[in-house]
Ligand binder design. Structure first.
Ligand code: BGC
Length: 981
């Protein structure tokens, strides 16, 4: 038996990591044919599943008993191990279903059965809700933030409880307690959806909290997104003026009896310590007004008000698809600063989102005020002007008599600094703790490399994601905005998929997108669409509305989720319909309102012109791109007529684009980076024009001294386009750039999150315009996908989505000596990690069981490459290896592989390149080495009367004045020598 067979023989599989609709043992779902996924491990290489069998039963015992199965898939010949739909008899409300799976390997050997897993259905029909909507009967002034209502009831349990579930939702936000104990660890429930048509309820297993005899339920309600301040025009009550609660407790006794306790007219209501709680403005809490024991029995509620039963829809109730928001981690402050203005300011060391837990001891009535800000100003004082109207202020009034620990309830802040006023005694680092909250999206990827600045950039991207994935993907977490801006989500989603598992998160948001989509197919700027409520028509901007097409497509690619395409297809095609209607016969989209290349770089210098890209060009480019995605979607869904229709439409848009925006030689009507990036990224140019367009793009970057000029729209595709079209070096120089505008400029300024603007803090220390200057805005963090896909080389094959087939194709450069990226895919962990030392390149790859990878080794020759120390073609688990131009391509099955080889093409790559013919002269002359090189080629340079004028120009720019001296050959020779410095 040779080594390959040896390996395969031992490739016994074992299925694990069972998931249902992306979740581990979810309770309270309402997907009628839930999809089941599993991973498998195998000690050997080349492990693959050839068949599977799923069984489902109503109890763990039923799973084991012959004939106890509700559904048995039988042995299904298939390599598919993700998203296998349940195909058994209809699922019933509140029922729990247990399942297990076994798989067959390449030798048709069955695995052992997996450990059992389960899912549980929620309330599937409006008729399942016996409880009534209730509203506290309280006098309220809802023109401002009123005190938070509390609601309570008691009930009797008269036997041993087998299981109990609470199904809860509200208009507003709620916190549920049973017998004095907080139920669940979720915050900001029931979440933010398009409330008129989709309102989520949560399901809690409360079996352990009930006791025989009397029990009590207490619920606190908050304004939240429902009726708090929302949007930038100071409006509130956007969804309604009155809070309401719907709660249904279902008890199953051991003897089989059932009992339902629901919200009804017997509940009581009052207000208590939360004087106001608002997402933007913060919370005021008076601990003296606490009602001790109010969510327990034996509390005297005789002075409480009643409630009113109201008529509110139940047919809009849906189970959550996305993950809940939770308290995810805690941060201890770094130091306490005493500012020139006399403030006592805690520095959390990280721009974070959530709140602080306050620990305090003092006299009753003492008022402690916490003001939150992202940055300190030039003088070192707390800077809050960029928060606009959002107060972000928490006030706590002590009840006195011992240590008090307090956390706010229905508000969150975006901040690094907290100014504390009124603290009794000396606050210490122990007085405040940062509580970080976000949607509990499972961590998925990790990127790390030899350059600490890039690691900080990655850190900032991840923190931008944490802070802005708070039930919906938001633009920012601090000012009076925090909205589900579609454009921001579209540019960042691919990066987001690398950092965390965001499939379920986007599944939910896209449902709201479709729900809020207009009759004519137009998609609002923000989802849920609150701007439509506050200021009428706010829909249909190019590159923003395209989120409706690009986001489902990205989730399909990254998670192999075909159902999201099915679910969103109507929404996707409706959006194409809008663009088609607006562009009319000539297929140029020239109507409507568009944000354009939002926040692109502006300048009045003719050498660095403001990078304004024609809006019609952007709109027509995205019209084409979205159409191409919908064409592919139609093909995948087997809608061949549609695929053909959209293919024909795409051809017409491309033709129109070329006619209108491209000259014969491949110059674009807007000579900006973003214009070239879009035309190249979206394949809008004929093959023969692409090299020239790419050259122009690269030249523009060089002309700007290796700087970008793009805004939100161009930035995310800039490096991907440069590397794809042969300008990897230019892309790396952009990545390593640390002067404005660049990704590393904020890093150098001490940023711990991604900024909204390239110059949120300008080089002279001044702030950008306070009206639009968030320090936690993930859009420019979209460079993250390039770090994973190109620097580390971790990419998915669109023909085998979900990393069923990975493309591992690292492209070393940028002075990096090591890079490591990992990604927990649906199938398990994919790894690409490389090292470069003395021209020797090593690449370690992990390919999860039941998947394959194509590994592309750059600048390699087949004879030289070793794998785990052996000559390449002979090692186990390698399906095929061949030379492809300068690269070696290796097809592998699952397992861990280590490739190594040397190439003189890697010479000098390990050193970050500092100087080049694109460096400003001034910088060159500061280097003794560069001075010597210059003296060699331009001996008269130092005597030139023009020298002082030329200091800001690069040699390439100067060559236009002295082409006879700085010929192309001389420039090339200069560049080579400068590279060695
Ligand atoms: C938001 C953005 C958004 C933009 C629309 C801003 O106020 O913060 O990130 O995309 O408006 O151009």
């Amino acid at each position: 038996m040779n080594t390959i067979e040896n390996h395969l023989q031992h490739a016994t599989l074992s299925p694990s990591h069972l998931r249902c609709e992306y979740k581990e043992n979810p309770i309270g779902i309402d997907v009628l044919k839930p999809r089941l996924s599993w991973q498998m491990t195998s000690p050997g290489r080349g492990a693959k599943q050839t068949a599977y069998q799923i069984v489902v039963a109503g109890s763990p015992a039923g799973l084991e008993a012959a004939g106890g199965h509700l559904w048995d898939s039988g042995k299904v010949s298939s390599g598919e191990s993700i998203h296998r739909p349940y195909e058994g008899p209809p699922l019933a409300s509140s029922q729990r279903y247990y399942w297990k799976v076994r798989v067959w390997d390449g030798d048709d050997q069955p695995s052992a059965w997996s450990e059992p897993a389960f899912w549980e259905m929620g309330l599937l029909s409006p008729a399942d809700w016996q409880a009534a909507w209730i509203q506290p009967d309280l006098e309220e002034d809802t023109s401002v933030s009123p005190p938070c209502p509390m609601l309570r009831t008691t009930f009797a349990v008269d036997g041993g409880v087998k299981s109990a579930r609470a199904y809860v939702t509200c208009l507003g936000l709620y916190e549920l307690a049973l017998n004095g104990q907080r139920v669940g660890d979720e915050v900001f429930t029931p979440g933010w959806t398009s409330y008129d048509t989709r309102l989520q309820y949560q399901t809690y297993d409360v079996t352990a909290l009930l006791r025989r005899g009397e029990n009590a339920i207490g619920v606190t309600l908050g304004d939240g997104w429902y009726r708090g301040y929302l949007g930038f025009s100071g409006q509130r009550n956007l969804y309604g003026e009155k809070l309401a609660l719907l709660l249904q407790l279902q008890i199953v006794y051991e003897d089989g009896r059932r009992q339902v306790v629901g919200t009804d007219e017997s509940w009581k209501a009052a207000t208590g310590p939360i004087l106001k709680s608002d997402i933007y403005n913060g919370e005021h809490y008076d601990a003296r007004l606490e009602k001790s024991g109010w969510s327990q029995i034996n509390y005297d509620d005789s002075d409480w008000s009643g409630v009113q039963v109201i008529d509110h829809r139940k047919d809009i109730l849906v189970a959550p698809m996305g993950p809940p928001v939770r308290k995810i981690e805690e941060i201890r402050p770094l130091e306490i600063i005493h500012t020139p203005a006399g403030e006592t300011v805690f520095d959390m060391g990280q721009n974070m989102v959530g709140w602080v837990r306050l620990k305090v001891q003092g006299e009753m009535g003492t008022v402690v005020t916490l003001r939150h800000a992202e940055v300190l100003d030039q003088q070192g004082n707390l800077y809050t002007a960029n928060l606009r109207s959002a107060e972000q202020t928490v006030q706590y009034i002590l009840k006195g008599g011992g240590e008090e620990v307090y956390e706010p309830h229905f508000t969150f802040q975006g901040f690094r600094y907290v100014a504390v006023e009124g603290y009794p005694g000396q606050p210490t680092l122990d007085s405040l703790t940062g509580v970080v909250i976000h949607s509990d999206t499972p961590p998925a990827g990790h990127f790390e490399c030899s350059n600490p600045l890039l690691n900080q950039l990655q850190h900032n991207i991840v923190w931008g994601q944490k802070g802005n994935f708070l039930d919906v993907p938001t633009d920012c977490p601090q000012r009076d905005e925090r909205l589900g801006w579609t454009g921001d989500a579209h540019v960042f989603i691919r990066t987001a998929c690398f950092n965390m598992d965001v499939a379920a998160f986007f599944t939910k948001w896209l449902r709201d997108l479709a729900a809020d989509q207009r009759e004519d197919g137009s998609i609002p700027h923000v989802i849920p669409d609150v701007l439509g409520r506050s200021s009428g028509g706010a829909t249909g901007s190019t590159a923003w509305a395209d989120a409706g097409v690009i986001c489902p497509w990205t989730i399909y690619l990254c998670y192999g989720d075909r159902r999201i395409l099915e679910a969103q297809y109507e929404s996707m095609t409706a959006w194409i319909g809008t663009m088609q209607a607006q562009s009319g016969e000539n297929h140029l989209w020239q109507k409507g309102f568009h944000f354009g290349d939002w926040l692109s770089v502006g300048s009045s210098s003719p050498l660095f012109p403001a990078a304004v890209t024609d809006i019609d060009l952007i709109a027509t480019a995205f019209f084409a791109y979205s159409t191409s995605i919908v064409q592919q979607t139609a093909r995948i869904l087997g809608k061949d007529d549609d695929a053909e229709k959209y293919g024909a439409l795409l051809a017409k848009i491309k033709e129109a684009f070329r006619q209108e925006f491209v000259t014969e030689n491949g110059r674009l009507a807007s000579n900006t980076q973003t214009a070239y990036v879009l035309a190249l990224m979206f394949d809008l140019l004929p093959e023969d024009q692409r090299p020239e367009a790419a050259r122009r793009l690269a030249a523009d970057v060089r002309k700007r001294g290796d700087h970008l000029s793009t805004g939100f729209v161009g930035a995310s595709y800039l490096c991907p386009v440069l590397s794809r079209f042969g300008y990897l070096d230019v892309a790396y120089d952009l990545l390593n750039q640390d002067t404005y505008p660049s990704w590393l400029y904020p890093v150098k300024q001490g940023a711990t999150t991604i900024w909204e603007r390239w110059d949120g803090i300008k080089p002279d220390g001044e702030f950008q315009d306070e009206g639009m200057n968030s320090f936690n805005h993930y859009a420019y963090g979209a460079i993250g996908e390039w770090l994973y896909q190109v620097v580390a080389g971790l990419e998915v094959d669109p023909e085998a989505p979900g990393y069923k087939h990975s493309l591992i194709q690292p492209q070393p450069g940028g002075g990096l000596t090591s890079v490591r990226a990992t990604l927990n895919s649906m199938y398990g962990q994919v790894v690409s990690a490389w090292e470069l030392a003395e021209e020797r390149f090593k690449l370690a790859v992990t390919v999860p069981a039941n998947t394959r990878a194509t590994v592309r080794l750059p600048a390699a020759s087949l004879e030289q490459v070793t794998e785990s120390g052996g000559a390449l073609p002979n090692t186990a688990g390698i399906e095929r290896a061949y030379q492809d131009g300068d690269d070696v391509v290796v097809e592998v099955g699952s397992g861990q592989f280590e490739f190594a080889y040397s190439s003189d093409r890697f010479k000098g790559l390990e050193k970050p390149r500092k100087l080049s013919i694109h460096t400003p002269l001034q910088t060159l002359l500061e280097s003794e080495g560069a001075k010597a090189v210059l003296a060699k080629y331009l001996p008269d340079l130092s005597d030139s009367p023009m020298l002082s004028q030329a200091m800001g120009f690069s040699l390439v720019q100067i060559s236009t004045f002295i082409p006879h001296l700085l010929t192309d050959e001389v420039l090339q020779a200069l560049d080579k020598e400068l590279a060695q410095l």
